[in-house]
Design a protein around this ligand. Structure first.
Ligand SMILES: Nc1nc2c(ncn2[C@@H]2O[C@H](COP(=O)(O)OP(=O)(O)OP(=O)(O)O)[C@@H](O)[C@H]2O)c(=O)[nH]1
Ligand SMILES: [Mg+2]
Length: 357
């Protein structure tokens, strides 16, 4: 999974990127516009720790999230420059919209959180509108006779055009399954799942109060976007401490988990994702899939051969394994299920795929 970090200039994006990925990219007043930071975060899961301790595999693999940090987007930038910055995160699966709450006279930039949110929404709408208009124009100006496919495309694009002009995010429009397939090809920004990251100062984080709180809370609720509260700079400093000290400072902020642990949970929930596991002497590994994925498709995550030659899935619930202590005991209790290709995989399933190619 890949997440793009978007926000107005000087909202603490790179600081958050460092917090989430454990990197130390320079935070500054001027970030260069054409570049991006890329980093990988481990999706920590204590179930993997347990399985690894049980199997002693040669390799233990957690799920990961890739983060892409880009330059700040401000309305004053020339459209071409904005397009260039946005193009660096065209292929991401979700967006993290950073809204700055912290106040610091030494750090310039837009301080009003409502204006930041409005500006960002506006920029995302404009990016998509640009794509829709360009494509529509090209199709309509085409000298060749349009195919049925292209006529269908025009119909969908007109629908998107109308929605975007009404300030509707494409994710709020109703599309048929057929239409969704077609619009997905455009990598529209307002079709991506979005999580708002409120970036608090330490003081604000503790008191849970900040300017324009009521209006912002309402705006976030109305937007139906995901949401996480972060205290970027402080959490970054805490993340550099060792074990016990780290815990004490986190608790002082009223937190039990690190930023990436909290964000992972919000992401999985908002994007409708779950984990299943494969185990063995070679490797214990976590896999991320959409809720509702069927066994055969899940097999394809592990290897395309497993999907192609799928025979059956042998499934054990993680909790049953923990309760009974060994795979043998689980089998003796009759708790290993044999499932066909259409079985819905659930969070925490430990799966052995049988296949034949
Ligand atoms: N007081 C305060 N300053 C912060 C906080 N977070 C970031 N800063 C400062 O704000 C400045 C910008 O931080 P960055 O993390 O680089 O912000 P950014 O959004 O990546 O900035 P651009 O990439 O230039 O748009 C730096 O000087 C940071 O030290 C915070 O929570 N409180
Ligand atoms: Mg930055």
């Amino acid at each position: 999974m890949k997440i793009g970090i978007v926000g107005m200039p000087l909202t603490g994006k790179t600081t958050l990127f460092n917090l989430l990925t454990g990197q130390h990219k320079e935070t500054s007043v001027y970030s260069s516009k054409g570049t991006k930071n890329i980093g990988i975060a481990t999706v920590y899961d204590q179930r993997i720790d347990y399985l690894s301790a049980l199997y002693h595999p040669r390799k233990t693999t957690y799920a990961t999230i890739e983060f892409v940090d880009i330059a700040g987007i401000s309305p004053e930038l020339p459209p071409k420059e904005k397009s260039e910055i946005f193009s660096l995160i065209q292929d991401v699966d979700a967006l993290l919209l950073v809204i700055r709450l912290f106040e610091d006279p030494a750090v310039g930039g837009e301080k009003n959180p409502l204006i930041q949110l409005e500006n960002l929404k506006c920029e995302l709408l404009l990016r998509d509108l640009e794509v829709v208009e360009n494509r529509l124009e090209r199709l309509k100006k085409s000298k060749k006779k349009l195919t049925a496919e292209e006529l269908g495309e025009i119909e969908i694009l007109e629908k998107c055009n109308q929605g975007l002009n009404d300030n509707q995010f494409l994710s709020n429009l109703e599309f048929s399954e057929e239409e969704i397939k077609k619009v997905s090809g455009f990598s529209f920004y307002t079709l991506k799942p979005i999580i708002i990251a409120l970036n608090f100062s330490e003081e604000q984080f503790k008191t849970k109060s900040y300017p324009q709180k009521d209006q912002l809370e309402q705006a976030i609720q109305d937007s139906r976007m995901g949401r996480i509260n972060l205290c970027g700079k402080m959490e970054m400093e805490i993340s550099e401490l060792e074990g016990e000290e780290r815990q004490i400072f986190l608790e002082d902020l009223g937190l039990k988990e690190s930023g990436i642990e909290r964000l992972t949970k919000v992401c999985y929930q908002h994007l409708g994702l779950i984990s299943f596991f494969t185990v063995g002497e070679d490797e214990v590994k976590a896999w991320t899939i959409k809720k509702g994925t069927m066994a055969k498709k899940a097999a394809g995550k592990v290897h395309s051969d497993m999907e192609r030659g799928f025979i059956r899935a042998e499934i054990v619930k993680y909790q049953d394994l923990v309760t009974l202590g060994s795979m043998l005991a689980v089998k003796e209790k009759g708790l290993l299920r044999i499932e066909g290709k259409d079985a819905i995989i659930e969070d925490g399933d430990i799966i052995n795929f049988r296949f034949n190619v």
